[in-house]
Ligand binder design. Structure first.
Ligand SMILES: Cc1cc2nc3c(=O)[nH]c(=O)nc-3n(C[C@H](O)[C@H](O)[C@H](O)COP(=O)(O)O)c2cc1C
Length: 347
């Protein structure tokens, strides 16, 4: 039904409006008594073979919703009811910010892809806390945190620490989003820069009774050497794992015409074109880190086979964004069913 009816209706609208409508509709369903239960009955697949134990948490299935969809944590309970094993909210910044001028998100239907240069619009820390105060009922929520655009890079660690301290009790894990603003300049990933952001978080966590895993989200445009640098940070510090990866600034091998791409302009590319590189990155991190650290694979997972490829490469969990936009909640269900079938196939 999503592909035949809902998706054409949503795709007739500008993508940000369609996105708002979906979030609003989910929240309305969530307000109706039994609404979330009904969503769960329609979409969620439960099976012991889907469960995963990752960083001390039990996930009902390994398929999560990637950051950027529920930026303010307003519909995490309804999105979980659609069958996701976990929802990563954010990117949250300390102060609200409007992001870049619109239009700033574009569909590339010929490539099953999306380009965005949103500039991390979000309602800020206070508002997000209000949303996250709603009962979690055992649902798993990750918080993706970033600095305000107006914060100079040298003051970034204070932004991350403020978010971490204030959201600590509301999240099951954190993802640190250190932006590199274009493919050529990924200096944000130097060991010193990463540690200047992470160490205050580790110090704060040290004094807490509850342990909250900290993941680092990387760009798929990093060179193999830079990926190794990040992996070595993972091995040699209390960093818990890596989220690989964000959207890409590259445009290789797309079916969308050059004219359309020029009209759209710059931004991060998400969706099907990322699939192969994401698998390569996950495999590289997994191999170098000896397979002992959690990896969340994200980028280009549009089919159960692509999710399987990420898991086979060493991902413990996967996330979807573009796949959810193009295929709807059915994709999560299809992936879960495929994973159950794999588990039940005689060896
Ligand atoms: C419109 C849009 C907004 C996004 N916003 C964020 C964000 O705020 N923070 C973040 O870490 N990633 C963000 N992402 C990146 C996704 O979380 C994901 O890493 C990326 O889209 C690759 O996954 P996909 O190929 O399944 O879409 C965004 C992606 C899209 C398409």
């Amino acid at each position: 039904m999503y592909r035949r009816i809902i998706q054409p209706l949503l795709f007739a609208l500008p993508i940000e409006r369609a996105h708002r409508i979906v979030l609003l509709a989910l929240r309305i369903v969530g307000m109706i008594p039994g609404g979330r239960w009904l969503l769960g009955q329609c979409f969620a697949v439960r099976h012991p073979a889907l469960e995963r134990e990752v960083f001390g948490r039990r996930f009902p299935n390994p398929v999560g919703l990637a950051a950027g969809f529920d930026r303010n944590g307003e519909a995490f309970r309804e999105l979980s009811a659609l069958g996701f094993g976990f929802v990563e909210i954010g990117t949250v910044t300390p102060r609200p910010q409007p992001g870049n001028p619109r239009p700033r998100i574009f569909r590339l239907p010929k490539d099953n892809a999306i380009v965005n240069r949103t500039g991390l619009p979000n309602s800020g820390l206070e508002r997000t806390i209000q949303h996250l105060r709603r009962p979690h009922d055992g649902l798993l929520v990750g918080c993706n945190i970033g600095r305000n655009t107006a914060t100079p890079p040298e003051e970034a660690p204070a932004d991350y620490l403020k978010l971490f301290r204030n959201l600590y009790q509301y999240a099951d894990y954190f993802t640190v989003n250190i932006n590199c603003d274009n493919a050529a300049d990924c200096s944000a990933y130097s060991r010193e820069r990463i540690l200047s952001i992470l160490e205050p978080l580790f110090d704060f966590r040290h004094g807490q009774q509850q342990y909250r895993p900290v993941m680092l989200k990387i760009s798929p445009d990093l060179s193999d050497e830079a990926i190794d640098t990040v992996t070595d940070v993972l091995i040699s510090t209390p960093l818990d794992g890596i989220v690989a990866a964000d959207g890409s600034y590259r445009r290789d091998g797309l079916h969308t015409s050059r004219t359309t791409l020029d009209k759209i302009g710059n931004g991060r590319l998400s969706g099907a074109p990322l699939a192969d590189r994401t698998v390569e990155i996950v495999r590289r991190i997994h191999t170098r880190s000896g397979g002992t650290y959690p990896i969340i694979g994200v980028g280009g997972a549009m089919t159960p086979e692509q999710v399987r490829a990420l898991l086979d490469a060493g991902a413990d969990l996967v996330q979807l964004y573009s796949g959810f936009v193009y295929e709807g909640p059915r994709l999560v269900r299809d992936i879960c069913r495929a994973l159950i079938a794999d588990a039940e196939r005689p060896a």
